[in-house]
Design a protein around this ligand. Sequence first.
Ligand SMILES: C[S@@+](CC[C@H](N)C(=O)[O-])C[C@H]1O[C@@H](n2cnc3c(N)ncnc32)[C@H](O)[C@@H]1O
Length: 237
Amino acid sequence: MAKLTSVKSKLITGRDLKVRLKTAKGRKISSTRWLERQLNDPFVKQAKIEGYRSRSAFKILELNKKFGFLVPGARVLDLGCAPGGWSQIASKKTNSAFTKKNKKRGFVLGVDFNYVAPIEGVQLATLDFLKDGASQRVKELIGQKVNVVMSDMAPPSSGHKKTDHLRIINLCEEAAYFAFEVLESGGTFVAKVLAGGAESGLQKILKKNFTIVSNVKPMSSRSDSSEKFVVAKGFRL
Ligand SMILES: C[S@@+](CC[C@H](N)C(=O)[O-])C[C@H]1O[C@@H](n2cnc3c(N)ncnc32)[C@H](O)[C@@H]1O
């Protein structure tokens, strides 16, 4: 596994030559820029090398390195898991595929409204977490309480910053209230939020229910994105 710092240093030193694209017929300038950014992103390249399905895998790796919540034997719920980068990491770290016979076996359930191709050691459910009956279904699938609830859920971009911010905070609050129902005592809640003002309510709720609440911007999170992550540890039952 490549060191996160070495991936980042490539980004800083620009050791890799930058790919520049000419605008193509029928392709919008914004799409050309997006493609250019993907081609020049060291985390995208590294994700390909490591076999991770998304560059987001590096974000959960960084958060886990700092807070250590994905451990062998842990039971994990991954909300908004497509295409599967976080679930891949959760499977590896919790030993849910039981590849290390000398360590405890974990459990990972990944949920998304998009189809996710099978991942070793991960149970997958295709459902909209906001729909009626979804939380009951997820409870049935996990069967018992979990140690970690993580949510990288993000609604499709509306192009309107304020609307996107409110939608993501809503998803995050839904995930947090669900976490209160399914977390073991001492459990961890991790979620993506967007900086933009409305997240203070969420912070208050979390501070009431967890011993430590931290806000982190991993170095693998694009600096021009308002995304950050909240990590709440020590769930109080
Ligand atoms: C940024 S992606 C997650 C990336 C993922 N963590 C990974 O590492 O591959 C956000 C995901 O949230 C999902 N999502 C958004 N709203 C959802 C909802 N209401 N129910 C289920 N999934 C949702 C989207 O379908 C999308 O796949």
